[in-house]
Design a protein. Sequence first.
Length: 477
Amino acid sequence: MIFDERTNLSRVIGVNMDVTERKQAEKALRTSEAQMTHSAEHDLLTGLPNRMLFNDRVSQAIALAPRHLKKVAVLFLDLDGFKHINDSLGHPVGDKLLQSIAKRLVDCVRNSDTVSRQGGDEFVVLLSEVGQSEDPAIAARRMLQAVAEAHSIDQHDLHVSASIGVSVYPDDGLDAETLIKNADTAMYQAKENGRQTYQFFKPAMNVRAVERQAIEASLRRALERQEFALHYQPKINLRTGGITGAEALLRWTHPIRGLVSPAQFIPVAEDCGLILPIGKWVLREACQQARAWADAGLPLATMAVNISAIQFRNENFLEDVFAILKDTGLDPRFLELELTESVLMKHAESTASILKALRAGGVQLAVDDFGTGYSSLSYLRKFPIDALKIDQSFVRQITTTPDETTIVTAIISMGRSLKLRVVAEGVETQEELAFLQAHQCDQAQGYYFGRPVPPRQFAKLLATGIPEAVLRCAAGR
C-alpha cells in the first residue's frame, strides 16, 4: 500500500514537472519569437523601426486619416557630411553619432509618430495625424535644430547638419511608397538649396529628379568613354603681365547632351561618390600636362587643381597625390592644390597634419573662394598656406560697391602682411584690373586675360604670351 502511494505521488510530481517544463518551454518559445519579430522589424543599431515596419505604419496612418479628417506627413532626413566623420574618426564613432541622432529625433515627435532609420545616414519620420498645414514645417525646424547641436561622443564634440524633404497625404501621394519617394526627392532639393534646411515636395521636382538620375547614370560611363577633358585658364602676374600659372578646369562633353555645365554634374558626382575617381583622373591629367609643357620648354610656374571636400577627407588622398606626382614625374613645386575655407576648417587638427605633409613634399597650397567662408586669421597662421584667391563675387563689384571694395582691399592687405600670394578671380574689365594693380594684388585670372582653353591653345598662349595691349595695361605702362 505504501509502495502504491509513493508510486502515485511520484507520478503526480512527474506530471506536474512535465506541465511546468512545457509551460517554460512555451514561454521561452514565445519570447524567442517575439525577439525574432522585433529584430525583423527594427534597426539593430538604433532600435528604431526599419523600412518594413515604417511602411506598414504609414499605410495604417493613411487608412485612418480620412476618418479623423487629418492629413499624414512623411519627412525624409539625410545627414550632411556624415561620411567625413566616418572616414576621419572611424565607424564606431559614426555609429554612436547615429544613435545620438536617433534619440534626438524621437524626442522631437509625439508618441503616435514614428521615427525610422532607412539605412546609412538616412532617417524617415511619420507624422501620423497632421491637423494644421504648418505642423510638418514646425517639426522639420525642430529636428534640424536638434541634429545641429553638438554631439559629445568619445571626447569629441561632433557637429553635423541635415537636409529634410517633406511630403503630405493626400496632396503628394496616396500610398506609403509614393509619399516616401516624393519626400526623398524633396530632400535632394533641400540639399541643392544649401543644406541644413527643409523643402516641401512639388510635382516639378520629379522632373529634376529624373534629370539628376540621368546625369548620374551618364557620369558612371563618362570616365571609361573618355568624355572628360581639362581646359586651362591662365593666371597673370599683375606686375609683369606674364603668365605665372594655369588652373585646370574640368569639362564634360556628353555624346547626346553636348557640353554639360560643371554646376550641373559636379554636385551629382559628389553626392553619388563619383567625385573620387573623377578627381583622381583630373589630378593625374593635370600633372601629366604640366610635365609635358615643362619638357617642351614652356614657362609655367604652377598647375592649380581644385580638390573637393570628399577627396580631401578620403583616407588615400595623400598617398594618391604623391603617387601621381611620382608616376607623372612632375616636380611637386609645380603643383598647387586649391581648397575652400569650409574644407580646411572641418576637423582642423587632421587638416593641419595633411597640409603639413603636402607642404613637406613640396606641394603648394591655396585657399579658394576666400572671403565667402570663415575668413579667420587663426587658421591662416596655423595652416601652411601659400596663396589666397579672392572670390569672383567680390571682384565683380569692386568698382561699384564700396563694401566690396573694402573687403578686397582688406584681403590684399592681410595677404601681404602674412606674406601670402593674393590672386583675384573673375577679372573681366580693365577697371577691375586697374583697381587690383593700384592696391598691389599679386596675380589675377578671368575672362579679361583669357577663357579656359584646351591644352594646345594654352600651349600657344604659353609660347607667345597674352596680347600686347593686355600686357601694357597689366604692367601699368
